[in-house]
Design a protein around this ligand. Sequence first.
Ligand code: ZN
Length: 106
Amino acid sequence: MISWQCPHCGKKMHSAWDDRENELIVCIHCAGTFVNPFYREEKDKPKSLRDEILEGEEIKKICGLWADKAEEISDKLDVVISDVDNDLLSRDQVVERLIKISEMLY
Ligand SMILES: [Zn+2]
C-alpha cells in the first residue's frame, strides 16, 4: 500500500499502485497537484515507433527541406504520425511514406 500526503490540504491518499509513470499526482480531496515521490522515468524502456520516427534521420532530412512547403509537409507528417499512433504502420511502411513525402519536395 502506497500513501501520499497532499501538501496543499494535508489529507492522505492511499493506493495499491505507486503511479510511478506519473510525475504529478492530483489530490482527490482538493484537486491540488504535487510531485509524485515515486515517479520513475523509464529510461530503459525501448523507444516507441513514434519517438523513433520523430528523432530519426528520415524526418530530419525532410524537415531540412521544408521551407516553402512547410504547411503541406507538416499536414502529411501529421497523417503519418497519427497512423503510427493508431498502429496502422510498421517501421518500414513509415520510412516508405517519409521517402514519398521527401520526393514531393524535389
Ligand atoms: Zn489536497
